[in-house]
Design a protein around this ligand. Sequence first.
Ligand code: ZN
Length: 244
Amino acid sequence: MTRCLLVADVHANLRALDAVLADAFSRGGFDVVWSLGDVVGYGPEPDECIERLREYALVSVAGNHDLGAAGVTGLELFNRDAAVACAWSGQRLSERSLEFLRGLPLEQLIPPFHLVHGSPRNPAWEYVVSVPAALRAGRFCRETHCLVGHSHCPSVYSMVPGEPVHGGPALDGATVTLRGRLLFNPGAVGQPRDGDPRAAYAVIDTERETVTFHRVLYDIDATSDSMLRNGLPPALAWRLHAGY
Ligand code: ZN
């Protein structure tokens, strides 16, 4: 049996990541962590989050913020606050962490899953937040199921045209059977944007062929205070409280 802890968009929020790990351990643990990109950017603990994830058996893909912070891509494609946070992260990262980020692949194929940050068509940048986008992703996905992050919204979509099974948000506690061809997003650990400020993650159970979505509280005040103390853009700290 393999249980995969699925995380995305940790965004340098160590308190949120530690809350997710503790919650996952309390629910039966996991064998491997699959990280769908954007470990860094926005938050105050980029190096610490990379080091924490590396304590576990880890499979990761690169997100746009990882590429920006590591200097692999320029910052002109980011909005102003995101670019400021990316540059700040890049300066804070150890050489070991920078090397880790530079070495991340844009996609990983682990049958029956295709792992990317954004979409299988444009792995680092494209958002999949609608049924048409999920159907398009299905044409580019090279495995049965597609795992994405980037939108910061927990969600499940069918990639099969005409299948009315799924197409939208995945709520806390929801368990979905891996049937047909699904695209799903565990939501963001470090900066949720679906109106629920709690950290989000999911667990794939390959034996039961299920994915279960979870939300967990963490100390948002402490993270946002740390962001302000470090001179990160205030709007990035405030949005953590709104979960948007
Ligand atoms: Zn992100």
